[in-house]
Write a protein that binds this ligand. Sequence first.
Ligand SMILES: [Zn+2]
Length: 103
Amino acid sequence: MNIKNGYVARIPGTKKREKCDVCNTIMDVERNIDAPSSWGSIFSKNRMKQDCFTCPHRADKWHRQAYTLQQNAANTPSPHLAKIFLREASEVLDSRIPTKENW
Ligand SMILES: [Zn+2]
């Protein structure tokens, strides 16, 4: 499962608004931006007009930790560990304070 880390690009005009996969906040949008057409083309000249949605909390430590916990929950083969990861992600999202520093 691929959780988007507070950034989504869409074909212009197809979405009025987007919620962040991580924290459920309505994301900021810049419309009709000349942006890479895919992650693989970041360093090439393959660009196209897109509406770029970005979570205003994307760079915050709590957001990055919650994202990593959600990713770990999605990728572990253990449903028990997934529950633990998601419980801690929920705690981080509720408090907006990371539960661990410098990881
Ligand atoms: Zn977010």
